[in-house]
Design a protein around this ligand. Sequence first.
Ligand code: GLC
Length: 436
Amino acid sequence: MFKKLLSLLLLGLLLVSFSSVVAQDDMMGFECPEGEATITAAGGAVGDEFELNLEQAERYMALCPNITVEFIEMPDSTTERLGLYQQFWQAQSPDVDLYQVDVIWAGIIAPHTVDMFEHMSEELVGEYFEGMINGQTIDGRLEAIPWFTDSGGLYYRTDLLEKYELDVPTTWDELAEAAAIIQEGERAEGNSEFWGYVWQGNSYEGLTCDAHEWLVAETGETFISPEGEINVNNDAFVAALERAASWVGGISPEAVTTYQEEESRAVWQAGNAAFMRNWPYAFGLGNAEGSPIADLFDYAPLPMGAERAAACLGGWQLAVSNYTDNLEAAVSVALFLTSPEEQKLRALSPQGANPTVPALYDDPQLIEDNPLFARMGPILETAFARPSGVTAERYNDASTIFFTNVHDVLTGSTDAQTAVEDIEFDLEDLLAEMGM
Ligand code: GLC
């Protein structure tokens, strides 16, 4: 299903020139819910995300003053966030009406969300990428509305590549080599804080993304195929893990094994890294006024492995809780926040959230004002979904097996061959429990 999602996503991107541009004044027909209510939304806070959410809430409240919209700030780590959400869901808590949910959770959230097909016209559903809608559809129910999409890419310092007369690396070996040369040079000039390459090595979902990228690049497949084949115990992945472990304390700080997205960005944006693996949100923030690296970097697809270049396909949606006491208002706020008009405003902000609406990729103002758009095409072409379709409600268990063992290799507490055998063994158990 997720391969289909991606091909449809890309097809959608290609077809954008035939689709209509979203009208600026569409919100004029927006109908507010009746009565007074407070809607609480659990949202992200990576980069400028929380401020963006608050601005959106303000706009909704200006339109519908009878409704109060409150955002609560959730942990940056996808893994921690899911743990927190699960506590609310277990308690069937009405305290949170809306949840910002990760693209990989459709199978996990299904019992706890309102079917959005019941609240959206066919015409409105048709405004979103079909593949993304399909990815969030379980048993004919739309679990969440796609809000923004992303995929991992390589940030590199254009000034430093020029200074050291290096090309943009297209293989992982070239990346390591260039990172080492620049790191040595910058340190020799007195910046002892300088690192070649920063990425996400903490034990959480973000590491699943990074390691899934290494694995797909080398083998062409992720850790569980759509048919349930486990793909980890092979020389190519062992070598990729050994390579990553060799970066730690070499071209990457020892502390990279505690880094999530924001820790990597902090080093990078302070001007202390030559390369960074991260999501598109770091582009606009790195170029924002006052950023020491503004205009000194670019963003490209990650390096090639033996098979291909691979980016982890990410993205976030908005789901209405089954346990809300204010269904009408919650649905209304969800539709507003994820609407094409609002997505356009988010895309124009420094956070540069990539829309889930094909027409926006044809919007002249966005094309002109959002330099990310030109770069995202080649990066999205390398995007590859994690195995959340095949593992459905057990995705987080599968991913946890994967990232904890990968983390053990990075910290040196186990060797790569043992780790892939352990991953294979535990995933076999998990799939067996699922009757596969
Ligand atoms: C980004 C992606 C999300 C992924 C997470 C991992 O937020 O959008 O899909 O799970 O990073 O850290």
